[in-house]
Design a protein around this ligand. Sequence first.
Ligand code: MG
Length: 344
Amino acid sequence: MKLTCVSRELHPRHTFRISRGTRTEVRNVFVRLESDGIAGYGEASPNAFYDETWEGVTQKIEAARGFIEALDLQTVAGLEAAWGQLWELVAPSRAAQCALDVALWDWLARRRGVSVTELMWARKPEPVTTFCTIGLSSTEELATKMAEMRRFPRIKLKSDATASLRSLEYVRARATGLLAVDANCAWGAADLRALSQSLKKLGVTFIEQPYPPERDADLARARSVLPLMADESCLVEEDVPRVAPLYDGFNIKLVKCGGLTPARRMVLRGKVLKQTLMVGCMLESSALIAAGAVIAQRTSYADLDGAWLIGDDPFRGWQFADGILTPPAEPGLGVEPEAGLFEG
Ligand SMILES: [Mg+2]
């Protein structure tokens, strides 16, 4: 397989703020694999919180070049085997692993003339209702965002250490859909019991990652009245049995776990453990969102707003309208890069 790897800066439409920082741009890494006249695409959104950089991811992908060029991929079992062999070359970069693994799934599905959803789950892809995220916002920013999101079916609000209810009350008064709150580990000092009671009165459905991972053991004592979802506490498939007794569910992200191959296994293990499953994303293009949408076919919730949040999406894929993603008809991930992306 011929491997092409490029990086590209992407810019959120609005400054994206969460409790641990502000993003005005990200530099994502894009992969194209080509063999027998068929191309497969993958992407990584390197996140400093997980010690990933675009340079590090690019280096690891280059370390796998020889393996990819010699790879003869025929079956899903072959994908599983390739994942294990790739990991020895790209560890510890889950993001590099993700970009290559997603591209391999896309390539194999296109080769078969089916969607990745059909290849993985033996069913046609259904539209995905996604959460759309409102980062930490000023009153003016909130007004602008709600003008666009009023009709959206699922809205997730970021929260910081102040655990202020101001934004939530503003959104609750204007939105009709389901609401969730993501603290990104910032509520270590908050009274989670009292806070969850207030959020429940405002109609919030669940709380994501209230405490930092090192405080997981304190969650039982905190007695939240709302379901808790793990994100920063559940990165890879080995985390699933540990978080299952502490949380009601977990948020699978392809860049955290290393692609579609382990994400599929996390879905299967989570279902056995009766966990509520969600698939999430970073700031990423329609290429990686399309891969997340494959996992969303088997999860209760999806948070796949990454391509909608950015203003310069270099891929075309699942169509976003008012918080619903509609699958493309083309095989594989059904995504196409803009002209020239892989020539730069
Ligand atoms: Mg989160």
